[in-house]
Ligand binder design. Structure first.
Ligand code: ATP
Length: 357
């Protein structure tokens, strides 16, 4: 097994005026045995980063190291990685056993008996040992995805690289497979980089998550750290569902003055000193309804969800979201007052988006 280190990795596509910088100056260490999730919106450079690690793209500059081995100039087949993609493309004319063993037969010097053993071990690990004689078209989507994983497992690689491997599955199966995949990764202990655009998936699966935007790494950390201590407004907004509430507010001494009757007294004005305006964020679950004081808003929509309620509130033309206790049931059109604790307040520079300490 091995750690993976990216140093100042840059990847450009095209040339001259048509140049696209897909990945810019990425420094990232994935620890030995870690499950790292690379997450970000469509087009932010996740897949390109993964393909650079795999050796399917050459980096424009920078280096990639596995353990102490510089693999930057190695071909994909010499890097000892196994990839799992969204489109797993099993060979339709081969049964599961043949699909699992095919890559090994081609690329290793293993004997037939050794291949059979690896295939059977992987199949039992994935719970597909009864399907070994079936053809892909006889399998459900989840079973096919397991076979695709099996093809990666039998190779016993140093590194697993996975690009949205669960996105073709329905919601229920996807969440089951998330857990299975995590358990499997823990059992095998193989260093894994997993790409997804789905922040819920990232939060649920990653030992650490690496958030990307516009080709650049924004933050790397444990899911809880990234959620509770985002380094900038992009991360705060991207991570969390429903999204964080964000308002532009004026700074008047230690008071934040915003739209409508929003006024918030800070216990310490040092983070906002020198600013006329800042961006203020608070998460839906931190909103508390109060009988008096706080900020008054109108309930646009109240969604009663069983164990919790979502309120979509309007504050002087801006929409805010609150996740509240299911016992509290305001009606559409009602005026409610809210506040939130200071520990739940996030402050950002209005120009750079950087978090204010
Ligand atoms: P998605 O989740 O939509 O796949 P992503 O975050 O994985 O997005 P990439 O696929 O890495 O993003 O793409 C990053 C940028 O690089 C995009 O602007 C994309 O159009 C561009 N790009 C990717 N591959 C190529 C290529 N082979 N040639 C030219 N441009 C490319």
């Amino acid at each position: 097994m091995s750690s993976i280190q990216l140093d100042a990795v840059r990847k450009e596509f095209g040339s001259g005026g048509q140049k696209i910088v897909a990945v810019e100056n990425v420094d990232l260490e994935i620890r030995d045995g870690e499950f790292l999730v690379l997450v970000g919106p469509s087009g932010c450079g996740k897949t390109t980063t993964l393909r650079c690690v795999a050796g399917l793209e050459d980096v424009t500059s920078g280096t990639i190291t596995f353990g102490s081995r510089d693999v930057t100039d190695l071909r994909a087949r010499d890097r000892d990685v196994a990839m799992v993609f969204q489109n797993y493309a099993l060979y339709p004319h081969m049964n599961v056993r043949q699909n699992l063993g095919f890559g090994l037969k081609l690329s290793t010097k293993l004997t037939t008996a050794e291949i059979t053993e690896r295939v059977e071990d992987a199949a039992s690990m994935l719970g597909i040992e009864d399907l070994l004689d079936d053809k892909p078209k006889e399998l459900s989507g989840g079973q096919q995805q397991r076979v695709a994983l099996g093809r990666a497992i039998v190779r016993e690689p140093e590194v697993f690289l996975m690009d949205e491997p669960l996105s073709n599955l329905d919601a229920k199966l996807r969440s089951e497979m998330r857990t299975e995949l995590q358990e499997l990764q823990q059992t095998l202990g193989v260093t894994t980089v997993y790409v997804t655009h789905d922040q819920t998936e990232a939060m649920a699966m990653g030992d650490r998550i690496a958030v990307m935007n516009d080709g650049e790494l924004q933050q790397v950390g444990a899911p809880e750290t990234v959620y509770r201590s985002p380094t900038n407004e992009f991360v705060a907004d991207f991570i969390g569902s429903p999204s964080i509430n964000l308002l532009t507010v004026d700074v008047e001494g230690s008071t934040l003055v915003g739209p409508g009757d929003f006024e918030y007294d800070l216990s310490d004005e040092s983070p906002v000193q020198g600013y006329d305006r800042v961006r203020a964020g608070f998460r839906p679950e931190d909103v508390e309804l109060v009988p008096e004081g706080g900020t008054s808003t109108t309930v646009n929509v109240a969604e009663h969800m069983g164990n919790e309620n979502f309120l979509y509130l309007e504050l002087a033309g801006r929409e805010l979201t609150a996740r509240i206790d299911s016992a509290v049931r305001p009606e559409t059109g009602e005026t409610v007052r809210f506040t939130f604790g200071e520990e739940a307040l996030y402050l950002f520079d209005p120009d750079t988006g950087d978090a204010l300490k």
